[in-house]
Design a protein. Structure first.
Length: 242
């Protein structure tokens, strides 16, 4: 028996699906914001009371507010993941972007006894990229490295290296943290996979999606006790639709 093709649902292209999912996530953020506001107002009604019932109520409200914040963070991560199909390309100096990200990240890193270092090829040409998205990539990778080092309760280092390799501009992010075992390394790109209790599992999936949207490549080298090296390659020539 053959299937009636006319009765089959039409295929949805990935970009349309991403826009639909992004729209849904955006719609969910509005009621979550309203719930968070009402919880704050409700807490204010109880905060001046001194009774066991008031204290239990405030603890419950705090729990709910934390959950609302967690859901908002997940939705923000999902929106960043869904929006990688709409990039705005302009020529930009990658070293300037790296230095800006390091300057922004350094205070929090130093608080965790992590030092940031840069080793930049000063003769690199400008490349076509979406500065906001590549900034997001670098920040995400620095935060991941910092949190990995912080989990060891030891001081550590994160190095950002830029150089040219043939038709590509290369950025390496290297840390001396605990590294990843083979199972974690195999799964780290999977959507919703995370080793963090509060992680959404969209970080590295979004990073790779942004790099690939630039026509680039991403790879990770890591092993337990040997730190982690993230290798990014961006084409020197502008990305075209072919």
């Amino acid at each position: 028996m053959t299937k009636d093709k006319s009765s089959q649902a039409p295929a949805v292209d990935p970009q349309t699906l991403a826009r639909l999912a992004g729209g849904l996530a955006h719609e969910l953020k509005n009621p979550l914001s309203t719930i968070g506001l009402h919880l704050t107002l409700l807490q204010e009604d109880w905060v001046e009371e001194d009774s066991s019932k008031a204290r239990r109520t405030i603890r419950t409200i705090d729990t709910l507010r934390n959950e609302v914040e967690r859901l908002n963070n997940i939705l923000e991560d999902f929106l960043r993941f869904a929006r990688t199909d709409s990039l705005e390309f302009n020529p930009a100096p990658i070293n300037t972007l790296i230095e800006q990200v390091i300057a922004f990240s350094a205070p929090e890193a130093e608080r965790c006894s992590v030092q940031l270092h840069s080793y930049l090829d000063l003769n690199l040409p400008n490349i076509w990229l979406d500065k906001a998205r590549v900034r997001q990539v670098l920040l995400n990778l620095i935060i991941n490295a910092r949190q990995a080092i912080e989990s060891t309760a030891k001081a550590g280092n994160i190095s950002l290296i830029s150089r040219k390799d043939g038709a590509f501009l290369v950025i390496d992010i290297v840390d001396d943290g605990p590294g990843m075992d083979s199972d974690t390394l195999d799964s780290c790109y999977d959507v919703y996979y995370s080793t963090k209790s509060q992680g959404s599992g969209l970080g590295l999936a979004t990073v790779r999606r942004i790099v690939e949207a630039h026509g680039g490549e991403m790879s990770i080298e890591s092993s337990p006790g040997s730190g982690t090296k993230v290798h990014l390659r961006f084409p020197l020539t502008p990305v075209t639709d072919g």
